[in-house]
Design a protein around this ligand. Structure first.
Ligand code: SF4
Length: 299
């Protein structure tokens, strides 16, 4: 158990983080809006995808579906196709379902309470807190892996694996900037991603003077496991299958193999996985690997 960080220390460190964050405030299009719908779209897209890849996909998506109502009306197969290129297409299905739930259960208005947000399809506690703080100014911490690392190191003085998650949550909640919790959450995420990485870059850190981890001369633990390579992965094959399908029309497995150039065994495996996840519909012949078997985006 560590001693409580003094209120003044928290305030000073917070001010330094926000100063550092200043030039990044309008770096991405979703940081220039508080429209709850656009914030929700961006946060779902940012799950598992880097911001630089999200920018063009986000722009195209909100151009095609400018309002929550337009998204709720769109067939799921079209939404999956509009997700094109981002991968992890289950997020598109969940976002499409969430839009319909919001229309049916919340009269088309995205709720501001994190507890209600977290009940929407595809919205976990982190995304719920991010939307609540960014779009509605709710003073709740959005704790992802990066934020957990910063809070554990600065305020507890250890790497996150050695910190009790309850304590990290409690300290993160005390540290939130009540005036602009959305900017604060973004700032802490950026700091964790760019500076307080698994191998921290303390020499360029704006709060190195306030960090217990650095003051105690701690060494970071082994780096987080590296992500497996994309090329040759099931993820690559799944993305290629979804990109090759057109909303509303069926395609044969043989055509998919020809279009993707990935080879039948990989396409059969990807089709089976996408079918099991409910993203596509595949007939028994396609699931058995027959080139004439039919596959279509789920309507
Ligand atoms: S001083 Fe180092 S360990 Fe502490 S928050 Fe900054 S980068 Fe992380």
């Amino acid at each position: 158990m560590t001693s409580r960080p003094a209120v003044g220390d928290l305030r000073r460190a917070r001010a330094r983080v926000l100063d550092w964050y200043g030039p990044r405030r309008s770096l991405y299009p979703w940081r220039r809006t508080r429209d709850p719908y656009r914030v929700l779209v961006s946060e779902v897209m940012l799950q598992q995808t880097q911001a630089s890849r999200v920018v063009p996909a986000y722009r195209a998506f909100v151009r095609r579906y400018p309002t929550l109502a337009s998204l709720a009306r769109a067939p799921r197969s079209e939404v999956i196709a509009a997700w094109n290129g981002l991968g992890y297409n289950r997020r598109a299905v969940a976002l499409s379902d969430a839009a319909r739930v919001i229309v049916q259960e919340h009269r088309g208005r995205i709720p501001s309470e994190p507890e209600l947000l977290a009940r929407l399809p595809g919205v976990g506690p982190y995304t719920a807190a991010a939307v609540a703080s960014l779009a509605f100014g709710r003073a709740v911490p959005a704790i992802d892996t990066n934020v957990r690392r910063v809070v554990a190191r600065v305020l507890v003085g250890v790497d996150p694996v050695d910190a009790a998650s309850g304590e990290v949550r409690r300290l993160a909640a005390r540290w939130v900037d009540r005036d602009d919790p959305g900017a604060w959450n973004q700032a802490l995420m950026d700091l964790g991603r760019e500076v307080c990485r698994p191998r921290p870059r303390c020499e360029r850190c704006p709060i190195r003077g306030a960090c217990r981890f650095l003051a105690d001369g701690r060494e970071p633990g082994p780096s987080a496991r590296r992500r497996p390579p994309f090329r040759g992965s099931t993820r690559e094959a799944r993305g290629a299958v979804v990109r090759s399908l057109r909303p509303g029309s069926a395609t044969t497995l043989g055509t998919l193999v020809a279009r993707t150039g990935l080879g039948r065994p990989r396409i059969v495996e990807a089709v089976a996985a996408l079918h099991a996840d409910g993203l596509i519909e595949a007939g028994p012949a396609a699931l058995a690997g027959s080139p004439r078997g039919c596959v279509r985006l789920r309507s």
